[in-house]
Ligand binder design. Structure first.
Ligand code: KIV
Length: 286
């Protein structure tokens, strides 16, 4: 397979004959290796790490330091897929210099591109990042970093006015330099309208089948997270259930002394065992 790059992603439009892009989140070396071996196109070191790994209720709690830490862990696996890292909340809201410095930290940690949320009001930040030669992915629709403004994790673009605003946002961020756009939590007709309006690929999550690719969160797609199942998630494995079953069997084996077995145990040579016996005996008798 040829190496995936920002330009190759940028030109991956289904309407031009490309296969849909496959993106999955990963936050550490083992998950990056799994994504690599599965042959996905892109790995997203998402700020969803806050919720699925770090136990927070929303994504607002993670910092650039957190994303640098997880990006570096993914990069150490040297995965084949193209690695995109999320700029977390407040890392691109204070000014363009600060934004570019934060984007550069993610690149130095091993990302090949960064992602940020928002439409027209993010244009100058996107331009500044692109001017620093860093590929930028946009993220429109249900943008979890705006959860308080949106009144929760709610599907966006449900009125014609809101849908047209999203189309305008998409055109603006592409003109500013985005090489692709994540569309999250929007009706399929709106996702299609956006996909048809831009010449960069859209990657959907809860945005229907007409996007140029699909992304799911690692812990959702593999069933590590089994508490909430949003409508758009399809589980392809039950790793939480498999893990609990495995740990239950381990606990039972320890308690019944079925673990460890002879084969799982290191033994001294018989001469060293004899010598130790003598030494122990000497000490005991003194
Ligand atoms: O952080 C994340 O996992 C994301 C995806 C939902 C696209 O941004």
């Amino acid at each position: 397979m040829s190496k995936i790059t920002a330009p190759s992603v940028r030109s991956s439009k289904v309407r031009n004959g490309s296969d849909p892009l496959v993106m999955v989140t990963a936050y550490d070396a083992p998950s990056a290796r799994m994504a690599d071996e599965a042959g996905v196109d892109l790995i997203l070191v998402g700020d969803s790490v806050a919720m699925v790994v770090l136990g927070y209720d929303d994504t607002l709690q993670v910092t650039v330091d957190d994303l640098v830490h997880h990006t570096a862990a993914v990069a150490r696996a040297k995965p084949g897929p193209f690695v995109v890292s999320d700029l977390p909340w407040m890392s691109y809201h204070l000014g363009v210099d600060d934004t570019v410095r934060n984007a550069a930290r993610l690149i130095r940690a091993g990302a090949q591109a960064v992602k940020l949320e928002g439409g027209r009001k993010r244009v100058r930040h996107i331009e500044a990042i692109a001017d620093a030669e860093i590929p930028v992915m946009g993220h429109l629709g249900l943008t979890p970093q705006s959860m308080h403004q949106m009144g929760g994790f709610k599907v966006q673009g449900k009125t014609s006015e809101a849908a047209l605003a999203l189309v305008a946002d998409a055109k603006a961020i592409v003109a500013a330099g985005c090489f692709s756009i994540v569309l999250e939590g929007v009706p399929d007709a709106v996702a299609k309208m956006i996909t048809d309006s831009v010449d960069v690929p859209t990657i959907g999550i809860g945005a229907g089948a007409d996007c140029d690719g699909q992304v799911l969160v690692f812990h959702d797609v593999l069933g590590i997270e089994d508490r909430v199942a949003p409508k758009f998630v399809r589980r392809y494995a039950s790793l939480k259930a498999d893990g609990v079953a495995g740990l239950t069997a381990f606990a039972a084996d320890v308690r019944t002394r079925a673990f460890p077995s002879e084969a799982e145990t290191y033994h001294l040579s018989s001469s060293e065992a004899d010598a130790l016996q003598l030494y122990g005996g000497g000490k005991l008798s003194s």
